[in-house]
Design a protein around this ligand. Structure first.
Ligand code: SF4
Length: 332
């Protein structure tokens, strides 16, 4: 059995629209070790959600087209599976929590029944028995089981997200994908939901892909981090690699644009400009127009992924000739 629950190799996905070809993923490679949590970080439009949907084979075709690449989930070749088989692994092997709990639940079905339906389908169990399991799931996410007959409007945003988590975990998936699970919640509730997810992940011995634009969320729950920009992974490493030995100028830009608790006087410095239009990606580095370290090579040549250590990779020309290079060197 592979050490990795998930392997994505050189994945290219595009959307063929009336306005042209939108290149959403441009050679994404990443893996998640069993029992670990990977944070996938980047701005809106970087390709994070497309990556997640591709794992569940939920990229709609047309307009979506998988140009090439491979996805192996729990030793299964996702691309080569029949639709029937994919249907069976959704929920039982891999499950996904979406961003907005307000719209993910059916307003006219009780929360208990919504959890029970997922259990009944995947475990081929009568709905009555599944209701007993659903009650246990509610308790597990910190909601009294006695509330099983209540409807989504009777719950707060944070409670609704707990119900979504209960549905996602009801069939004990091996991999949980959480797409910005706390973005729509109040800050105080965010921390509670993250803590709950972390606890359940440990208890159920799951792996997790946490999609976020928030580096604060990553440090709370993740073991490894992949930074995504314009459909590519530009830097990947463990928390120490990314937070203490930042290599990619885009990763540095993300850190510079959030408050630093160790240096309260530091001025926030947002990354200039906008991400390249995915239908007009440049030939060279996609970050070229926004990068304060850009060199002539960067305009014409796409940087390869370089292995800096056993745990740390980066795709940037600055490290091509000198893996020891530090971003600070150019500022001294
Ligand atoms: Fe900047 Fe060049 Fe590195 Fe791209 S390859 S991030 S433009 S230095």
């Amino acid at each position: 059995m592979s050490d990795n629950i998930l392997n994505i190799e050189d994945l290219f996905i595009q959307f063929n629209t009336d306005d042209g070809v939108v290149k959403a993923l441009n050679g994404v490679s990443l893996n998640i070790k069993r029992g670990k949590t990977l944070g996938l970080v980047g701005e809106t439009g970087a390709g994070k959600t497309t990556t997640a949907r591709s794992i569940l084979r939920l990229v709609q075709s047309p307009p979506g087209e998988i140009v090439r690449g491979q996805i192996t989930l729990d030793n299964m070749d996702i691309m080569g599976m029949s639709e029937n088989d994919v249907e069976k692994i959704r929920g039982s092997v891999v499950s996904m929590i979406f961003q907005d709990p307000m719209t993910a639940l059916n307003p006219v079905i009780s929360v208990g029944e919504q959890i029970a339906e997922a259990i009944a389908i995947h475990k081929e169990m009568p709905l009555k028995e599944a209701m007993v399991e659903a009650e246990k799931m509610l308790e597990m996410v910190g909601i009294p089981g006695s509330r099983k007959n209540e409807y989504p409007h009777q719950f707060s945003g944070g409670m609704k997200q707990r119900v979504i988590i209960a549905i996602a975990l009801s069939c004990s998936p091996k991999l949980l994908i959480a797409d910005e699970p706390t973005t729509a919640l109040d800050v105080t509730i965010q921390a509670q939901v993250l803590e709950l997810m972390k606890k359940l992940k440990e208890e159920m011995n799951m792996s997790m892909l946490m999609i976020t634009h928030d580096l604060g969320v990553v440090v709370e729950v993740c073991d490894e981090v992949a930074i995504m920009y314009a459909g590519r992974i530009v830097e990947k490493g463990n928390l120490v690699d990314i937070y203490r030995h930042t290599k990619h100028p885009y990763t540095e830009g993300l850190f510079n644009s959030i408050p630093n608790i160790d240096d309260r006087k530091a001025v926030l410095k947002p990354i200039k400009g906008l991400m390249s239009d995915p239908s007009k990606l440049p030939e060279g580095c996609a970050f070229y127009d926004r990068c304060e370290y850009a060199m002539i090579d960067c305009k014409n040549k796409q940087p390869e992924v370089l292995k800096l250590s056993e745990t740390h990779t980066v795709a940037c020309h600055l490290y091509q000739n000198d893996p020891e290079f530090k971003l600070d060197m150019l500022k001294e």
